[in-house]
Design a protein around this ligand. Sequence first.
Ligand SMILES: [Fe+2]
Length: 422
Amino acid sequence: MTLPHWETTPEDLPAAIREIKGALRARIEASGRTVEEVFAVIEGRVRSRVEEIAAARENGETIWPVIDYADIAAGSVKPDDLAALKRRGCLVVRGHFAREQARRWDSEIVDYVESNRFFENYRGPGDDFFGSVGSKPEIYPVFWSPPQMQARQSAEMATVQSFLNQQWTHASDGVNWFDPERDSLYPDRIRRRPEGADSDGLGSHLDPGTLDLWMTEANQRAFRHLFDGTPEQYDPWDAAHRTAGPQYPGSTMCSVFRTFQGWTALSDMDHDQGVLHTVPIPEAMAYLMLRPLLSDVPKEDMCGVTVNQVFPASEKWHSLLLEALSGIPDVKAGDSVWWHSDMIHSVAPVRDQKGWGNVMYIPAAPWCPRNEAYAAEVRRAFLTGESPSDFPAEHYEKDWPNRFSPEQLNLTGRRGMGLPES
Ligand SMILES: [Fe+2]
């Protein structure tokens, strides 16, 4: 049975939602199992993880795995630590960069934006992408500073990205879905939240897509085990069919395939100062994908998911998952933080923040057809100093003379942007 699919945003969203939900339910039922039975398999799998996390928390255990950069670089990560990374889908890399290096980058970013009168010219947030989950993050729409580019093309970043990419199955059915040794240097922004800040944080959400997760042919293949009655075989680490398909456009989106999202700390941050939380259960994606198909969800509702708005995780539809929400431990400048790109995450609110909360967003976005296509846009934005097309068209850096220049690219940087290697 073939499913209806929409390779661009459907014009009549309610009609398309009704149609896809009916078709997915019919396809699941063709397997001889009901939608409720299939969902119960996933719910059971997820519930046991939620309970395990609650028990670990009772015992005072750290929920987020922590691995020293030195062990990753030496290839000496212990099997128990690898297992924890796969189980939780998230990681703190201790000492990814020297603390002094990270603190120097932080002050160089300040010099960069101040020398270009960024604060005088700032026009406010360029989008309301996070409107539905409530947020006022202190995000600078700056992409091309020397510190960001130095970190993106550094050997330390390549080492950790490769290690993380290797956790995924990247070749199957005779296809190399992505190249784990080559990153596509995805340009993202920075966050600098000052001492004493009050912040409402950022509501629980996920970033891999919106309605396209159910509606494009590639995603229907990627999530095939959920839709053909074999949920036991669903593997959140399988990259098959994830690395070529389209994503529906939005004012803030992610055109690329990321194995892990991540950021590098540019200041020390304590665990109770408005930090990142995740639902550290990679399989929760299966729950999120199947939940809208249950009969208690209105026919034209995908549990709140729509286009051009971030995918929300809500108490109304996902309360079981949110029980497992777990914050990062204390981090120091130079540590990096990573989470599986399908996982729910949020930023806790904070009042009168102690210390700064500064990060550069640098994910693991390995080379694949989807990322190669976006690399053309990255090259264009890099050479002109514009904001990349995944972000609002703010273009602050266009006339900033001291942004990172093409002559400063090393081999990793040139390969990441798809430029000639010499
Ligand atoms: Fe996000």
